[in-house]
Design a binder for this molecule. Structure first.
Ligand SMILES: Nc1ncnc2c1ncn2[C@@H]1O[C@H](COP(=O)(O)OP(=O)(O)OP(=O)(O)O)[C@@H](O)[C@H]1O
Ligand SMILES: [Mg+2]
Length: 295
């Protein structure tokens, strides 16, 4: 097992020259509402530092998971990488260029699916492809849509609407839609969080299979230690908030292709799992202690 300590401020010469994505001293502050009406309504009026000074390099073709206690700022971090929200301080570089907003080079899979309910499975995927590649001929669009529906195992469900399919199938549509636009990075915010354990297990295996085929850079937020260990090359462990930081980054040395049985046999499995459990336990206990002290 290798544990890479992370300094709170990363000196410029320690940034990886080969990183595809580079977070440099990123801070996010949510500003409180200062107007009188918000004050009278008891809304949060103070500024809230969600993330403080996070530096992180992500190499191409690696599968990175982010894990940390609930509310620590994982979605905030992913949304900034997606370009859905700005950094307050610091920079996020993608292929050495600052991120200026959302783009088709980054595909996003949301926890709550975020599908268009009035569109069929096929139309949901097609809509994304046509939006990103308006100049493509119909033949190329059709081929891309078909390929991605096949890739995620949805053949036969093309004409169904989201309300006619299961949660697991909806999430497959979300994954097909994100991959069909050929992003360089796939961003997933707790993609399996809403699913039952069995469906979750099947989809994790699917992601492992798809990742073996495509080897795209993936950043996935998860609360599941087992999921992170099965899928990741590196696991970023965040501290509790406010002012959340990166505590440690674990390298996961299991050879691929992986499955649950083979990784459990690996000599590093139990120590990695124990390391993650103690991190999550410590951080979550501190969150609870702070909550009890407040009340
Ligand atoms: N738009 C916003 N305005 C104000 N505060 C926000 C906003 N979005 C998030 N926060 C706060 O920032 C902190 C981090 O939120 P975030 O959603 O990133 O956490 P998370 O780690 O993704 O949590 P979970 O595991 O529960 O999904 C929380 O305290 C949250 O209340
Ligand atoms: Mg979240």
């Amino acid at each position: 097992m290798s544990v890479v300590p992370v300094n709170s401020v990363t000196p410029a010469d320690t940034y990886s020259p080969t990183a595809q994505l580079s977070l440099r001293n990123v801070t996010k502050v949510f500003h409180g509402k200062k107007d009188l009406f918000s004050q009278l309504a008891g809304k949060r009026t103070k500024d809230f530092v969600a993330i403080e000074d996070i530096s992180l390099d992500i190499e191409p073709n690696t599968f990175v998971s982010i894990i940390g206690p609930s509310g620590c700022g994982k979605s905030t971090l992913l949304n900034m990488i997606a370009g859905l929200s700005d950094t307050t301080a610091g920079q996020i570089l993608f292929n050495d260029q600052p991120i200026a907003g959302p783009g088709p080079d980054r595909g996003m899979v949301f926890q709550n699916y975020a599908l268009m309910p009035w569109m069929t499975v096929e139309e949901n995927v097609r809509f994304a492809v046509e939006t990103v590649y308006p100049k493509w001929a119909a033949k190329q669009v059709n081929r891309t849509v078909k390929e991605h529906i096949q890739l995620v195992g949805l053949v036969g469900a093309e004409k169904k609407h989201p309300h006619e399919i299961s949660g697991g199938m909806r999430q497959r549509v979300g994954i097909a839609r994100a991959l069909a636009i050929s992003p360089q990075i796939l961003l997933m915010d707790e993609p399996f969080g809403a699913l039952d354990a069995l469906t979750r297990g099947f989809l994790q295996d699917e992601i492992e299979r798809i990742w073996e085929q495509q080897r795209k850079t993936v950043i996935m937020i998860t609360h599941s230690i087992d999921e992170a260990l099965l899928l990741s090359d590196r696991i970023v462990m965040m501290t509790r908030g406010p002012a959340a930081r990166v505590d440690e980054i674990l390298d996961v040395p299991f050879p691929r292709p992986r499955n649950r049985e083979t990784i459990e046999q690996h000599p590093a499995y139990h120590s990695l799992k124990a390391e993650m459990e103690s991190h999550l336990f410590r951080e979550t206990r501190a969150v609870e202690a702070a909550r009890i002290n407040k009340s």
